[in-house]
Structures are given as structure tokens and as C-alpha cells.
Design a protein around this ligand. Structure first.
Ligand code: PFF
Length: 458
């Protein structure tokens, strides 16, 4: 049997977990959701969810993983018996489905990076039409998403230290650097401050039930919570590390990138007098307009850097998404890591094909029947959003009813001797015992009702 290995240092773990958290969710999804939900109002709700509701779940997941030292399934079943192991399986499956569509969107970003930097994308007359054709161009899509999956698999197959940790140590600082440079540039654009105002001055009457659902699902997705990713990474963390401190840094790093991404994008959008409510197309259709106006050379440099940034962010997340089922199979079946990685990568790539075909190529996938009533990509992503909040809720119930909260305390004391007498301990107890399960459970039910238009509560 191969040794499992560990992250070599605290910073290695923090960068890898922050790398998992920071992804397309922060740079692609957060800005368009914020644009659709009133800008600053959404930012406020999102930050409240991240720091109040998600932080305890994040700590709980890492503690479970480090205590058991196994994959998501193995950890739940070791600490709670076989029946709870199904919760781990549920999370692993959610991760597999997330990766199946995530990799396709990452492929679009990769293609745009190449098209802007080396092709003629900025010479296109109509970016909306270009994007529509692009996502339906089967050969480009196949190659780019296959390329992305291969790069992910190459890194994951090298193991936790030489692959996951090493790649994140290079990509995360690069990502922050590109982001800051792009913000500095976007603030110099005409009308930039209107964008900043939209993004920073909340209109509280913009907050409605949609803002709250979108904020919650985004906070969970953004921190990679509710599906065992942090259990998996937590299982590679040494006992001397302070989990609470690490979780705090991971949350801040993740929220910071989402915050900065908005800071970069809204000044650009407002400088073009474009509506911020464009939705998923914001990054692929609206921003190229901005880049074209910069002139041929600068447009290529800034536009290329932006999509490179998106690729880095996506890659650090796809790595973690592939790591979850990999650790599961390696831990449970004791197969060689390299083989497992390539097998899973191929399987998940194939699972992603319906997503690729759902943007117009196959009409049945473009509009699913009955209550589903949306395209396959939106359907899978909606299902995954639901499974994350449900998974987070069940994890809290697991800690309180099965594992017992004093065992979580015992795990959190390692590396943090003052924990037992801290305010943080009381806070975590109240949140994990009451607030998180009740709110997450209640909101999950409302979200399911809303997604399927069941009309039970609305
Ligand atoms: N947190 C990632 C993002 O915001 O893009 C998405 C993600 C990665 C979700 C890993 C879940 C996960 F396990």
C-alpha cells in the first residue's frame, strides 16, 4: 500500500484549501449573481453567510477529516458507522457531478484565453453570437475540456505534496497578482466609480428571497462546503495545525477573491454603460467588449491575463474536485493512485459530455421536460447547489447526534491549546447544534420548492 502523505506545512494546506475555494465560483459566478441581485446588497448577504453560517461548517468538516484521517466515506463511517458513510458517498457523487460541468466551463475559459491571446476573438463583430457558436463548436469544446481534465489529472496523479500542494503554491500567488493588476487598471477607466458605487453602497430594499437563496448557495459553493472536499483535504493535515486559524484564513482568502473580482469587473462593466444583470454571459460576452475598446495590443494583454486568471482559479478547484473521489478509491480499494486518477478523469470527462451538448447542440438536453424545465448544465448545477446545503445540514446533525460535539472539541484542541476556554468554542457549539442545521435545512427545503416550481411555499 502507498503511504497517504500529508501537506508539508500549514501554508501548504491553507493554499490548497483556498485554491479549492477560489475558482470559477468567485470570478465567473459571484460577479454575475451580484450583478443580478443589486450589487452591494448581494455582497453583504454573501459575506454574512460566509463568516457566520459557513465558517462553523468549514471548521466541522476539517475536524472530521483530520480526526478520521480518511476519505469522505471512510471518515463518516469510521466516526459514525456504515449508515453515515452514505453521507460521504452522497458528497463524493456531488463532487463528481460538479467536476463534470465545471470542467466544461473551465474549457470555455481556456479556449477564450487562447482565442484572445493568439487568435482573433477581439476582431469579432458580435460577441454574443460568437459565444453562442463557441459553446456549440463540438471540436473546440472537446479539445479544450479534455486538455483541462488532462492537466488536472497530471497534477493530482503526482500526489498531495508534489502535485496538489506544489501547484497551488505557484498558482495562488500568481492569481492574486493578476487580479490586483487588473483592478488597478479597471479603476482608471471612465465611469469606473459608478461601478464601485453599485458594488459597495448597499440598497437594502434590494434584498429579497432570491438574494438570500443566491447568497447561500454561492457561499457554500464558493467555500467548497457540504460535499466532503474539506474532509478529504483535512485528512492530510498534521495534528499540530490550528484548524480554526486555518479555516479563518481560508474563508478570508476566498471572500477576498470574490470581493476583488467584483471590484475588477463592475468598473469595467459600467465604463461600457452595460447592464450588470447579464447573467452567466457577463464574463464571456460583456468583458470582451471592454477588452476590444482597449485597443488591439492592450486588449490582448489585459483580456488574455483575465482569462488566464480564470483558468488558474478553475484549475486549483478542479484539482480538489478530482482529489475527493481519488482519495476515496485509493483509501477504500487500495488501488494505485495514478491509475485511479486517470480512470476517474476519463469517467468524469464522459459525464461532462451532456453538459457540452446542452447549449444548443442537442435540443432535448437544452430543455429538459416537466418540472426540470431547464438545460442540462443548469439542472446539474442546481442539483449540486442543493446537495451542498443539504450535505452541510446533515454534517451538523452528524456532529451533534452521532460523533458528539465533545469529540469535535477534542480534535480542535490539537494545535490550539486555548480552545477549550475560548468564546469560539461556545460560538461553534451554538451554531453547529442549532443555527446551522435549522437554517440550512429550512433554506434547502425552500430552495428545492423554488427550483422545481412546486409551489408548496410560494
Ligand atoms: N469553490 C469552487 C469555486 O468557487 O469555483 C467550486 C468547488 C470546488 C466546489 C471544489 C466544490 C468543491 F469541492
Amino acid at each position: 500500500m502507498e503511504l497517504r502523505g500529508n501537506f508539508t506545512s500549514r501554508i501548504g494546506f491553507i493554499l490548497a484549501a483556498a485554491g479549492s475555494a477560489v475558482g470559477l465560483g468567485n470570478i465567473w459566478r459571484f460577479p454575475y449573481l451580484a450583478g443580478q441581485n443589486g450589487g452591494a446588497a448581494f455582497l453583504l448577504i454573501y459575506l454574512i453567510f460566509i463568516f457566520l453560517l459557513c465558517f462553523p461548517v468549514l471548521v466541522g468538516e476539517i475536524a472530521i477529516g483530520r480526526s478520521a484521517g480518511r476519505d469522505a466515506y471512510g471518515s463518516y463511517s469510521l466516526l459514525g458507522g456504515k449508515r453515515w458513510g452514505y453521507l460521504g458517498i452522497f458528497g463524493i457523487l456531488a463532487g463528481i457531478f460538479i467536476l463534470s460541468f465545471y470542467n466544461v466551463v473551465a474549457g470555455w475559459a481556456f479556449g477564450y484565453f487562447l482565442e484572445i491571446s493568439f487568435g482573433n476573438l477581439l476582431g469579432e463583430p458580435d460577441f454574443g453570437k460568437f459565444f453562442g457558436n463557441y459553446v456549440n463548436d463540438i471540436s473546440d469544446n472537446l479539445w479544450f475540456s479534455l486538455g483541462f481534465m488532462v492537466i488536472t489529472a497530471l497534477i493530482v496523479s503526482r500526489g498531495i505534496q508534489k502535485g496538489v500542494e506544489a501547484a497551488n503554491k505557484i498558482m495562488m500567488p500568481a492569481l492574486y497578482t493578476i487580479l490586483i493588476l487588473l483592478i488597478l487598471y479597471s479603476l482608471t477607466l471612465p465611469n469606473a466609480w459608478a461601478g464601485v458605487r453599485f458594488y459597495l453602497v448597499p440598497e437594502l430594499n434590494e434584498i429579497n428571497s432570491q438574494t438570500i437563496y443566491d447568497g447561500l448557495k454561492q457561499a457554500f459553493f464558493s467555500l467548497s462546503l457540504g460535499m466532503g472536499c474539506l474532509i478529504t483535504y483535512g485528512s492530510y493535515v498534521g495534528k499540530t495545525q490550528n484548524i480554526i486559524k486555518s479555516a479563518a484564513i481560508i474563508s478570508v482568502a476566498d471572500a477576498m477573491v470574490a470581493f476583488l473580482a467584483g471590484f475588477m469587473i463592475f468598473p469595467m462593466v459600467f465604463s461600457q454603460n452595460i447592464s450588470p444583470t447579464e447573467g452567466p454571459a457577463l464574463v464571456f460576452i460583456v468583458l470582451p467588449d471592454v477588452f476590444r475598446d482597449m485597443g488591439p495590443l492592450l486588449g490582448r494583454i489585459i483580456g488574455g491575463s483575465f482569462f488566464l486568471l480564470l483558468c488558474f482559479a478553475a484549475l486549483t478547484s478542479t484539482i480538489s474536485l478530482l482529489e475527493v473521489p481519488t482519495t476515496y478509491v485509493v483509501d477504500q480499494l487500495k488501488f494505485r493512485r495514478t491509475r485511479v486518477v486517470w480512470f476517474l478523469a476519463l469517467l468524469i470527462f464522459i459525464l461532462g459530455l451532456p453538459t457540452m451538448f446542452s447549449q444548443g447542440m442537442i435540443p432535448a438536453l437544452n430543455k429538459l421536460p416537466f418540472y426540470l424545465n431547464r438545460d442540462w448544465l443548469s439542472f446539474v448545477s442546481d442539483m449540486c447547489d442543493i446537495s451542498l446545503t443539504v450535505g452541510g445540514c446533515l454534517m451538523c446533525i452528524f456532529i451533534v447526534r452521532q460523533w458528539k460535539i465533545h469529540n469535535m472539541d477534542a480534535e480542535l484542541v490539537n494545535g490550539n491549546p486555548g480552545y477549550m476556554n475560548s468564546f469560539m468554542r461556545k460560538y461553534l457549539h451554538v451554531m453547529i447544534t442549532w443555527v446551522c442545521p435549522v437554517l440550512l435545512g429550512g433554506l434547502s427545503v425552500l430552495i428545492i420548492d423554488r427550483y422545481f416550481g412546486l409551489g408548496v411555499f410560494f
